[in-house]
Design a protein around this ligand. Structure first.
Ligand code: ADP
Length: 289
C-alpha cells in the first residue's frame, strides 16, 4: 500500500499554498515537517478529502482521491484542534462518534470495538471518565482512538504533541509507532524531535514547496562536515553573528557558545561537531528562497 502524490497544487484565490508537490509514502511512520504556514495542514486536509486540490493527482492504495466514498473509509484523521463534548464520558463519546460515522455494528459489537481500541491507546481505565477530566495526553489518545474507530489503512495526525509534557510526548510517539505496523501513519509537526525519534522517512515543506524528501539519516548526511561549535565572548559574538549562519546560541556568563553552519571552518576557534537533524532542517529552511 502507498500514497502517490503527483504535481499537486493548491491555491486559495491567487495565493498558491502548495506548489507542484510530488511524494511517495509507503507503510510505516512518515514525517511531514515544516515551519508554520508551510502548507502541512492543507496537504493533510487534501489527503482526508476535506479540501479540494487545485491541480495534480493523489492516489491512496490505488484509489483516486476524488473518489471520496472509497477514500474516506480508509483514512483516519486527528486534526490539530480536535475536541469532543466535554460532558460525555470517554466511552459515550466514542460510541456517539461510531454511530455518527455510520459504523454498522450492533450495540454489543460496537462495545467490543470501543473497548478494544481503548485498550490499545491505554485508556481502558478512563472508560467512564468525563472528557473534561482527562489530561492533555489522554485527550490526544482519545483523539487517536476516534481516528482509528473504523480501522483505517492510513492515519494522519496533525501536530499531535503540542501541549504535551515530555513523558506524554514519548508515550504518544511510541503509540503511533505501534500503529504504523502494516499502516501508513503521517505525522505532521514543526518539532524536529518528534520526527527524529519515530520516522524513517520524511518530507520537509517550506512555503508550499517540498524542499526535501527521503530518509532521516540521509538528511543528516547532507550537513556532515558543515556544523561547527565555538565559545566566543560578547564582542566576538556581535562580530560573527552578522557573517555566519548561526543555528543556536547558549549564554554561559560572559561567553556565548555557538552552533554554526558553514561549508568551511568559519574561524580559528571553531570545531567541527556531529550534526543533528535539527541542523540539517535549519539549513534547508534558511537556504531555500
Ligand atoms: P501549516 O499547517 O504548515 O502551518 P497551513 O496549511 O495551515 O500551514 O497554511 C499554509 C498557508 O495557507 C498559510 O499561508 C495560510 O495562511 C494559508 N491558508 C490556509 N487556509 C487558508 C484559507 N482558507 N484561505 C486562505 N489562505 C489559507
Amino acid at each position: 500500500m502507498k500514497i502517490e502524490i503527483n504535481n499537486l497544487d493548491k491555491s486559495y484565490g491567487s495565493k498558491q499554498v502548495l506548489n507542484n508537490i510530488n511524494m511517495e509514502i509507503s507503510e510505516g511512520m512518515f514525517g511531514l515537517l515544516g515551519p508554520n504556514g508551510a502548507g502541512k495542514t492543507t496537504l493533510m486536509r487534501i489527503l482526508t478529502t476535506l479540501l479540494h486540490k487545485t491541480g495534480g493527482s493523489v492516489r491512496i492504495d490505488g484509489i483516486d482521491i476524488d473518489d471520496k466514498s472509497k477514500i474516506r473509509p480508509i483514512i483516519g484523521y486527528l486534526p490539530q484542534d480536535f475536541s469532543m463534548y466535554s460532558n460525555m464520558s470517554v466511552y459515550e463519546s466514542l460510541d456517539y462518534l461510531a454511530i455518527l460515522s455510520g459504523i454498522n455494528d450492533d450495540r454489543i459489537t460496537r462495545k467490543k470495538r470501543i473497548i478494544n481500541l481503548l485498550e490499545r491507546v491505554n485508556l481502558e481505565r478512563q472508560l467512564r471518565t468525563k472528557v473534561r477530566a482527562l489530561s492533555g495526553g489522554m485527550k490526544r489518545r482519545l483523539g487517536i482512538s476516534q481516528a482509528l474507530l473504523h480501522n483505517p489503512k492510513v492515519l494522519i495526525v496533525d501536530e499531535p504533541t503540542a501541549g504535551l509534557d515530555p513523558e506524554e510526548r514519548v508515550r504518544f510517539r511510541n503509540m503511533l509507532t505501534d500503529f504504523a505496523e502494516g499502516r501508513i501513519v503521517i505525522l505532521s509537526t514543526h518539532i524536529v524531535e518528534d520526527i527524529e525519534f519515530t520516522c524513517e522517512n520524511l518530507a520537509i515543506l517550506k512555503e508550499g514547496q517540498m524542499v526535501y524528501q527521503g530518509r532521516v539519516k540521509e538528511l543528516i548526511e547532507k550537513v556532515k562536515g558543515s556544523v561547527w561549535t565555538s565559545d566566543v565572548d560578547r564582542e566576538e559574538f556581535n562580530r560573527v553573528k552578522r557573517n555566519y549562519n548561526i543555528i543556536s546560541t547558549v549564554s554561559e556568563g560572559e561567553r556565548v557558545r555557538l552552533r554554526i553552519i558553514s561549508a568551511e571552518k568559519p574561524f580559528e576557534n571553531a570545531f567541527a561537531i556531529q550534526p543533528s537533524i535539527e541542523d540539517a532542517y535549519m539549513k534547508l529552511i534558511r537556504e531555500v528562497n
